[in-house]
Design a protein around this ligand. Structure first.
Ligand SMILES: *Cc1c(COP(=O)(O)O)cnc(C)c1O
Length: 809
C-alpha cells in the first residue's frame, strides 16, 4: 500500500502529526501515552492542530499589508460557532491524517469530536450568520476580525422536563478551551457613568466606573487553509480585583463587588431572539464590547498608518444588527475627544467606515433605550447623539420633511417615555444599510425606514444571507458530498454554484438511488441517536418532516402542531386510507421570559406523548421534540431531513438560513413566500418547492381590512376540530385548561395568521404526501434543490459585501 507515492506522502504526514500529538501530550498536558485519558488526547489533538494553524495565521496577517491593508471588522453580539475541530481539520485538508495519526494510538477521532463542547454564543440565525461569515471571509482571503463577547455561559442549555423547557447554564469552558489565546497586552479600559467636564477647549468624560476588556483570540481557518482570521472575543476584568482594606475589615463580599460586577458583564448571553432585552446589563454588555472593539481598531490603525484620518481607507466596520450601534457614538467620541478631530470631519470618517445590517422589521423588536438610563450610563455619548441628531434633523428640514417625517427620523423617540433609537443611530452613522433578503429589503424601505430612506435614498441595499457549504454540506454530510463528487467532479467544493451541473442529472435514476441511499443512512443515524438519547424508535422509511429553529410565534410552530393534530384525527377516522408515514421532528429554544413560546414547547411534547402511544396510528405518525437544539444537533438533523418547514407569517422572517441548509442537503421545502424562501423558489423552480398561504402583501391587506379569525375558523371544520381538541384538554388531561389561553388568542386576534393560513397549509401537506408517493419525482426534486441553492453560499454573500460595501475585493 505504501508503495504509491501519494499514499506514502499521506502516511508521512500522518506519522508526523502523530509525533506532534505525542509531543504536545507530554510537554503541554504533562502525560504519556499510557496515562492519557480521552480528554487528554482531545486537547493534544487540538493543540497539535493549532500549531499548524498558527503558521498560516501569522503568514496571512503579514500578507494583509501586501494587499493594501484594508481590514473588515465584523461586530456582533453573537457568534454561534458550534464545534471547531472537524471544521479546522477539514478546511486544512488534514482530516484523514488526523484520523490515521490517532488510530495508531488506538484513539477514535469521531469520539474526540464528540467531546468538544458546542460553543453556543448566540441565540439563532443572527449568531450563526456571523459564524458562517467569519469562515467565508477567511475562505475568500479577506483580512478580517470578528469582534464579540466571550460569554462564560453563553446561551442556556435546554432540558425538557415533563414536556416543559428548563434552562440550565451551559458550561462550555469547564474543561478549558484549547483553541483560544488570551492577549493580555490587548486590554482596554472601558468606562460607565460619571460626568462630562469641559477642560480647556476639549471635553473630558470622567467615568464613575471602569473595567478592563481583554482580548481572547480564536483562529478561524478558511477553506483549503488559505487564510486564518481572528475571532476576537472580549472578556472583562476588574481594575481592582479585591479591595483589601474592606476585606481585612471583614466586608468579604463588598471587597469583591468590583470583580463580581466585571464578571457579570460577560456571564450570559441574553436569551432573546427578535425582541430586545430591556435590561441595563444588556446595554452595559453592548457598550463594553463595542467600545473595546472601536479602541482596538483605532489603535491598530494609528499604530500602522500614523494618521487616524485615513481610517476609512483601511477599515470597514460592519454592525451585525443594532446591538453594536453605539459604535457610531463611540467612534465619534474617540475621533473628537481623544484624537482631537473637528466634529464634521469625524462625522464623515464615521459614516465612511461604518455600515449596518438590519435583521428585523418588527417595530416592537427595534432596540431603543430609555433616555434617562442611556444618559446615566453613557453621558458623553448622549451629548454626541444629540449633536448628530441636530445635524440630521437640520438636513431633513432642508429636504422639506414634514413634522411627522422629522419625528420618525429623529434619533430620539418622543412619542411616549423618551427613548434612544439605536436603529436610527446606526442608519444615519453608516454609509450602507442592508437587509438580508430581497423581500426584507423592500419592506425595510416601505416600513421601518421609510422616512430615513426618503432622506437617504442611496443607503439601503440588499445582501441576501448565505451559509457556508463547508460546514453545512461537506462536513455535516460527507456521504452526499462524495456522491456529488462522483457525479459532477469536485469543482463545487471551491464554488458552490458549480452544483448546478447536477441539473443535467436530476432525472438520472442511478444518481437518484445513490442520493436516496445516503439520505436513508443519515436517517438511520439520526434515528439511532434519538433512540439512544430519548428512547423513541423511528422508522427511517417514514418521511422526516423537520421544524428546527428558535421557538417564536411568528415562526408558527403552532401552525405545524395544529396541522399535526388535524392529521392525527384524520388518520384515526380513516385508518383505511393510504397515509404516508411521517415523523414530525421539532427542536428549538424559547426565550426564558416568552410565555407562549414555552407553552408551545409543552404542547409539542403533550401531543408527542399522546400520538406516540396511540396504537391506532401505529407507525404512521410520530412526533419528536429534540431537546437543546444547537449547531451540532442541526448538523445531525439537517442531512436526515426529507421536508423542511419554513412556514413563518409572510413578511416577518427577515431571511432565514435554516431554509438554505435544508435545501442544500436535498430536503424539499414547505413554506410561505417569506424571507429568502422567495429567492429559494426562484432558483429551485416552483415545481420543486411547496409554497402556500398569504403573501406579505396579503397579510398586510387582511390586517388593514380587519381580520376576523373567528369567521375563518367557522369556515374550516378540520381547523375548528383541532383547535377544540387542544383547547379542551385532549392532549393535557392532567391540566385540561392548559392551552385555553393559547387557543383563545387564535380566536381573538390571531396576530400570526395561523387560522388564515391553515387550510392552505393542510392542503400543501397533502400535496407533499402525493409527491412523496412519486418516488422518482421526489428524488428529482431533491436533486434540483441541491443543484440550485449553491448561490446561497455565504461566499457569494460575503463577496457582495466585500465589493459593494467594504470595497476590499
Ligand atoms: C441555521 C441555524 C439557525 C437559524 O435557523 P432559521 O430556521 O433560519 O431560524 C438557528 N439555530 C441554529 C443552531 C442554526 O444552525
Amino acid at each position: 500500500m505504501a508503495s504509491d507515492p501519494v499514499s506514502q506522502t499521506r502516511n508521512d504526514a500522518a506519522a508526523q502529526l502523530g509525533k506532534d500529538i505525542l509531543r504536545v501530550l507530554r510537554r503541554r498536558i504533562g502525560k504519556d501515552q499510557k496515562a492519557a485519558k480521552q480528554h487528554d488526547w482531545y486537547a493534544s489533538a487540538i493543540l497539535a492542530l493549532r500549531d499548524k494553524i498558527i503558521d498560516v495565521w501569522i503568514e496571512s496577517t503579514q500578507r494583509t499589508y501586501e494587499n493594501g491593508g484594508k481590514r473588515v471588522y465584523y461586530l456582533s453580539m453573537e457568534f454561534l460557532i458550534g464545534r471547531l475541530l472537524r471544521d479546522a481539520l477539514s478546511n486544512l485538508g488534514v482530516s484523514d491524517d488526523m484520523e490515521a495519526a490517532l488510530a495508531a494510538y488506538g484513539v477514535d477521532l469521531a469520539e474526540l469530536e464528540e467531546l468538544e463542547p458546542d460553543a453556543a454564543l448566540g441565540n439563532g440565525g443572527l449568531g450563526r450568520l456571523a459564524a458562517c461569515f467569519m469562515e467565508s471571509l477567511a475562505t475568500l482571503d479577506i483580512p478580517a476580525y470578528g469582534y464579540g463577547i466571550r460569554y462564560v455561559n453563553g446561551m442556556f442549555r435546554q432540558r425538557i422536563d415533563d414536556g416543559w423547557q428548563v434552562e440550565l447554564p451551559e458550561t462550555w469552558l469547564a474543561h478549558g478551551n484549547p483553541w483560544e489565546f488570551e492577549r493580555l497586552e490587548s486590554t482596554y479600559r472601558i468606562g460607565f457613568g460619571g460626568e462630562v467636564v469641559i477642560e480647556g477647549d476639549g471635553v473630558m468624560w470622567n467615568a464613575a466606573e471602569q473595567v478592563d476588556a481583554t482580548a481572547v483570540d480564536t483562529p478561524v481557518v478558511g477553506w483549503r487553509g488559505k487564510r486564518v482570521n481572528t475571532l476576537r472575543l472580549w472578556t472583562a476584568n476588574p481594575i481592582d480585583p479585591i479591595r483589601l482594606d474592606a476585606f481585612n475589615a471583614g466586608d468579604h463580599f463588598g471587597a469583591l463587588a468590583g470583580t463580581v460586577r466585571a464578571e457579570s458583564l460577560v456571564r450570559v448571553l441574553y436569551p432573546a431572539d427578535s425582541s430586545p432585552a430591556g435590561q441595563e446589563l444588556r446595554l452595559r454588555q453592548e457598550y463594553f464590547f463595542t467600545a473595546a472593539s472601536i479602541q482596538d481598531i483605532v489603535r491598530r490603525h494609528v499604530q500602522y498608518e500614523g494618521d487616524v484620518r485615513t481610517l476609512p481607507e483601511k477599515a470597514a466596520i460592519q454592525l451585525n444588527d443594532t446591538h453594536p450601534s453605539v459604535a457610531v457614538a463611540e467612534l465619534m467620541r474617540v475621533l473628537v475627544d481623544v484624537e482631537g478631530l473637528e466634529f464634521d470631519e469625524a462625522w464623515e470618517i464615521c459614516k465612511q467606515t461604518i455600515s449596518y445590517t438590519n435583521h428585523t422589521l418588527l417595530p416592537e423588536a427595534l432596540e431603543t433605550w430609555p433616555l434617562p438610563l442611556f444618559e446615566r450610563m453613557l453621558p458623553r455619548h448622549m451629548q454626541i447623539i444629540y449633536a448628530i441628531n441636530s445635524r440630521v434633523l437640520r438636513e431633513a428640514r432642508r429636504a422639506g420633511c414634514s413634522d411627522a417625517q422629522i419625528a420618525a427620523i429623529s434619533l430620539i423617540d418622543e412619542s411616549g417615555e423618551r427613548r434612544v433609537r439605536m436603529a436610527n443611530l446606526a442608519f444615519v452613522g453608516a454609509h450602507s444599510v442592508n437587509g438580508v433578503a430581497a423581500l426584507h429589503t423592500d419592506l425595510m424601505k416601505e416600513t421601518v425606514f421609510a422616512d430615513l430612506h426618503a432622506l437617504y435614498p442611496q443607503r439601503i441595499n440588499n445582501k441576501t444571507n448565505g451559509v457556508t457549504p463547508r460546514r453545512w454540506l461537506q462536513q455535516c454530510n460527507p456521504g452526499l458530498t462524495k456522491v456529488i463528487v462522483d457525479a459532477i467532479g469536485p469543482a463545487f467544493l471551491d464554488d458552490a454554484e458549480a452544483l448546478c451541473a447536477l441539473n443535467a442529472l436530476a432525472d438520472d435514476p442511478l444518481l437518484g438511488d445513490r442520493i436516496a441511499e445516503v439520505k436513508r443512512s443519515n436517517k438511520v443515524a439520526l434515528a439511532e441517536h434519538i433512540r439512544k438519547t430519548m428512547g423513541i424508535r423511528l422508522n427511517p422509511d417514514a418521511m422526516f418532516d423537520v421544524q428546527i429553529k428558535r421557538i417564536h410565534e411568528y415562526k408558527r410552530q403552532l401552525l405545524n402542531l395544529i396541522e399535526t393534530v388535524a392529521l392525527y384525527d384524520q388518520i384515526r377516522s380513516h385508518p383505511e386510507r393510504d397515509w404516508v408515514p411521517r415523523v414530525k421532528i421539532f427542536g428549538g429554544k424559547a426565550a426564558s421570559s416568552y410565555h407562549n413560546a414555552k407553552l408551545i414547547i409543552k404542547l409539542a411534547n403533550d401531543i408527542a406523548r399522546r400520538v406516540n402511544a396511540d396504537p391506532a396510528v401505529g407507525g404512521l405518525l410520530k412526533v419528536v421534540y429534540v431537546p437543546n437544539y444547537n449547531v451540532s444537533l442541526a448538523e445531525r438533523i439537517i442531512p436526515a431531513a426529507d421536508l423542511s418547514e419554513q412556514i413563518s407569517t409572510a413578511g416577518m422572517e427577515a431571511s432565514g438560513t435554516g431554509n438554505m441548509k435544508f435545501a442544500l442537503n436535498g430536503a424539499l421545502t414547505i413554506g410561505t413566500l417569506d424571507g429568502a424562501n422567495v429567492e429559494i423558489r426562484d432558483r429551485v423552480g416552483e415545481d420543486n418547492i411547496v409554497i402556500f398561504g398569504l403573501t406579505a402583501e396579503e397579510v398586510a391587506e387582511r390586517r388593514a381590512q380587519g381580520y376576523d379569525p373567528r369567521a375563518v375558523i367557522e369556515g374550516s371544520r378540520e381547523l375548528g376540530q383541532a383547535l377544540s381538541a387542544i383547547a379542551s384538554g385532549v392532549f393535557s388531561p392532567d391540566d385540561p385548561r392548559r392551552y385555553e389561553g393559547l387557543i383563545s388568542g387564535i380566536y381573538d386576534h390571531d396576530w400570526f395568521m395561523c387560522a388564515a393560513d391553515f387550510d392552505a397549509y393542510a392542503a400543501a401537506q397533502r400535496d407533499v404526501d402525493g409527491r412523496w408517493e412519486d418516488k422518482a419525482g421526489w428524488r428529482a426534486s431533491a436533486i434540483r434543490n441541491i443543484a440550485n441553492v449553491g448561490w446561497f453560499s455565504s461566499d457569494r454573500t460575503i463577496s457582495e459585501y466585500a465589493k459593494e460595501i467594504w470595497k476590499v475585493l
